[in-house]
Unconditional design. Structure first.
Length: 370
């Protein structure tokens, strides 16, 4: 029986292969691998797409977060508020700066950052707030921005799962002082390897990120600050630019697939389908349902050739890496409860109605659903 992957990257690559080949060949011929016209063209295109003045290509999404936070003034001992329900990289970028990740719980419906919890976590040491645009939709930005304005904190969006998502008509990556995104291959806008970017409309932040990502050097062998090596490869820029032209169409196909899942799941008892926050135009990076006996159902779907997954099985505070924060079971009950119930079903632009029907039939027939 045909395997249904969680995400099908081959279909995306096949769609752009002929278009990108000449430019990739030219880069290989000239060996212009770092910087250059391909990177500059993609940065200009992505800045325009997000409605930002600047886009700075970097090595990956984690670097993008770290660079944006550092450029925003986050320093050792400072506090950065972020949700407990996120990929570990969000907290990792904070910790790598010597700052303190201050975790807060999420709302029980969309599992996004809860503004009430953010407001309660603000202290005199708060330097930044990182709203995570999880699963393909934006966190409640009006409330987050209002809290940040009151306490003087910078807002750095974690936009790794939300390329093309909108809230009130405004595009992900254009709300905060800066936004970090990942172009890991499985993202809505994915490279053919690791890549990332920071978007901002602040020229000083943009200049600082470029400086920091190039070993603290704007002139070769002249190093103004201690930086790091994080730059977007030209080959990845070519891939990303071709995919960016298709992103809105691909996101539209994801929305259609999400609507199809919603209709198919209506008669399946015991499954809570995801919903979008009012005002959000979701791009469905992931389609995450909630159910009891999740682990049993997951195993049965995988045995049936269906590539379901969990995003994420362990909240940040319960990982060994962040045990030093001193938080334990019961501290973030919504995130913890969700971690035991969430299940990501296959979704990607090229998924077919027949594939989705097979996913839902297998889900409904699973003994774990009875």
């Amino acid at each position: 029986m045909e395997h249904i992957p969680l995400v099908d990257l081959r279909a995306q690559q096949a769609e752009i292969a002929q278009e990108v080949r000449p430019e990739l060949d030219e880069i290989l011929r000239t060996a212009a691998f770092i910087g250059g016209p391909a990177v500059e063209a993609f940065e200009a295109d992505y800045a325009r797409y997000t409605g930002s003045a600047h886009c700075i290509g970097v090595g990956n999404g984690t670097d993008a977060l770290e660079l944006a936070l550092r450029a925003a003034g986050v320093r050792t001992g400072g506090e950065v508020i972020l949700p407990a329900n996120t990929f570990v990289a969000t907290a990792e970028a904070v910790a790598r700066l010597g700052a303190v990740p201050v975790l807060v719980d999420v709302d029980p419906d969309q599992l996004l950052l809860d503004p009430a919890k953010v407001a309660g976590a603000v202290t005199a040491k708060t330097q930044a707030i990182v709203p995570v645009h999880l699963f393909g939709q934006l966190a409640p930005m009006d409330a987050v921005l209002a809290i940040a304005a009151q306490c003087g904190a910078a807002v750095i969006e974690d936009a790794a799962q939300s390329q093309g998502a909108r809230q009130g008509g405004k595009v992900s990556g254009s709300f905060g002082l800066a936004a970090a995104t990942s172009f890991y291959p499985g993202k809505n806008l994915g490279a053919a390897g690791d890549a990332g970017a920071v978007t901002t409309s602040d020229p000083d932040i943009a200049a600082q990120i470029r400086l920091l990502g190039a070993h603290g050097s704007s002139t070769r062998y002249v190093h103004e600050v201690v930086g790091m090596n994080s730059r977007l490869d030209a080959l990845q820029a070519v891939i990303l630019r071709a995919k960016l032209k298709r992103l809105d169409r691909w996101n539209g196909l994801r929305r259609a697939a999400a609507a199809r899942y919603g209709a198919l799941l209506q008669d399946v008892e015991g499954v809570a389908a995801p919903t979008s926050l009012p005002g959000n135009e979701d791009v469905w990076h992931l389609y995450v349902v909630q159910l009891e006996d999740r682990d049993q159902v997951l195993a049965q779907l995988q045995a049936a050739g269906i590539g379901a997954g969990i995003h994420y099985p362990t909240p940040v505070h319960l990982t060994k890496a962040f045990a030093y924060l001193g938080k334990g079971a019961g501290d973030f009950p919504v995130a913890e409860a969700a971690a035991g119930r969430i299940l990501s079903l296959p979704i990607f632009p090229h998924i077919t109605a027949e594939q989705q029907e097979r996913v839902v039939l297998a889900l409904a027939a699973s003994p774990g659903m009875r």
